[in-house]
Design a binder for this molecule. Structure first.
Ligand SMILES: C[S@@+](CC[C@H](N)C(=O)[O-])C[C@H]1O[C@@H](n2cnc3c(N)ncnc32)[C@H](O)[C@@H]1O
Length: 402
């Protein structure tokens, strides 16, 4: 539903040459928005071939005409009014009143224009309103965010940290918050994989890939790898993508997919031998409830593989948010951890720590360079008072159920 609304808005708002790019990807259809919406809820070969072309075109547009491209959380962009209107509809009457007071007008059009032009107003908005979205709103917005990239972000971390262990694994593995299904697909050669995600568009993508591989179609996968590599180009993980042939030399087994939230897992107790959960906990409101579920569904001796952003990552996120004046928290990260808080949370639910490895490093100089650009002066001052040599923005961790 939200995708239909979004495509209606987007195709009616972009410049004619941009509309024509998207029309050419789907020639001869009478209702472009509903045809796009239905393509994103399909999981067959044709849909995945279409998605590859869609993401290629969208990524080219991001470079050539960023103000016309599909981008979330960015002002001076054609999608910005859509997100302001979305928030306007879901916010409480008292928040709406606060916004009217702050913007000095009750016309949504004027409020949108002021938000677009005024970084201080956007920063106020994110702190007061954009950071108190419900879990359901986050899930809904995620359907649109999934249009930005084919990748769901954790592919490099999976290859570097989990892949070596997974090749030795047998039994049942849960891919919790499987995203676009890269890890699911690779793991399904070694174990019976069960994959769950709250985002329907990403889940369909994962199902399509899995169906193709099960049917022996391997020509698309190299293209998927190329696209993911291109999209993740800037991410700081020292890891080369193996070739498609190396990654998928075995036969992929049937994967069981479920659309749902990982804080209420629909599986029996003591069911899984391992859980892969990369780049997910920070997007949720209740990591504690999720870890409790992991403890329930995992067999004793079973392991959980996690990646999550650190508290340094939180500072970096706040710096970026304040420089850009994002409407929502950057990357919709709600939680950040340090090694101790992550280990303590798992310990409370009966896990021991096997490994916690920091990665994605930044130097003090790089950190201060961005902090100095932030209008949030106190953040830079605080950093200056507590200097450090090098910081890791993310953690990889392995926990074992006792
Ligand atoms: C940054 S992506 C990471 C996806 C994937 N694990 C990877 O490594 O690429 C985060 C994913 O978590 C999903 N997600 C967030 N909260 C969730 C929840 N409570 N239940 C299920 N999925 C959730 C999102 O829909 C999204 O696909």
């Amino acid at each position: 539903m939200i995708l239909r609304e979004f495509f209606d808005y987007y195709f009616n708002s972009v410049e004619p040459d941009v509309l024509s790019i998207y029309q050419q990807l789907m020639p001869g259809v009478s209702d472009l928005s509903s045809s796009y919406e239905s393509m994103f809820s399909r999981n067959d070969d044709e849909a995945i071939a279409f998605l590859l072309k869609f993401h290629q075109a969208t990524s080219e547009l991001r470079n050539s005409k960023p103000h016309q491209a599909i981008l979330f959380n960015v002002h001076n962009n054609v999608c910005f009014p859509f997100f302001v209107e979305y928030l306007w509809k879901v916010m409480s009457p008292s928040d709406r009143e606060k916004l009217v007071q702050q913007a000095g007008t009750d016309s949504l059009e004027d409020i949108t224009a002021r938000l677009n032009d005024d970084v201080e107003l956007r920063n106020w908005f994110r702190r007061e309103i954009g950071s108190v979205l419900s879990q359901q709103d986050l899930f809904t917005l995620n359907e649109i965010i999934a249009l930005q990239n084919f990748s769901s972000g954790g592919e490099y971390s999976f290859l570097k940290y989990v892949y070596p262990d997974i090749q030795k694994l047998e039994g049942k593995v849960l891919d919790a918050g499987c995203g676009a299904g890269f890890a699911t697909l690779v793991m399904s050669q070694y174990a019976s994989v069960f994959s769950i995600d709250a985002c329907k568009a990403r889940l369909e993508r994962a199902m399509a890939l899995s169906n193709m591989m099960k049917n022996g179609e391997k020509t698309i996968f190299p293209k998927v790898i190329d696209l993911i590599e291109e999209e993740l180009g800037g991410i700081q993980v020292e890891c080369e993508f193996p070739s498609a042939d190396d990654l998928l030399s075995g036969t992929c087994k049937e994967v069981t997919f479920v659309e749902g939230s990982i804080d209420a897992l629909p599986y029996p107790d003591n069911y899984f031998d391992a859980i892969n959960c990369l780049d997910v906990l920070e997007h949720t409101y209740s990591p504690e409830a999720i870890v409790e579920q992991f403890a329930r569904v995992l067999k004793p001796g079973g392991r959980v593989f996690i990646t999550a952003p650190t508290r340094y990552g939180e500072v970096e996120q706040h710096i970026h948010e304040s420089i850009e004046g994002t409407l929502f928290p950057a990357m919709l990260h709600m939680h950040h951890f340090d090694p101790q808080s992550l280990a303590d949370m798992f310990k409370r639910h009966g896990f021991t720590t096997v490994e916690i490895t920091p990665f994605d490093f930044m130097s003090w100089e790089e950190f201060m360079e961005i902090a100095d650009r932030s209008p949030a002066r106190e953040l830079a001052e605080e950093l200056r008072a507590h200097p450090f040599d090098q910081v890791a923005l993310q953690l990889f961790a392995v926990f074992e159920k006792v």
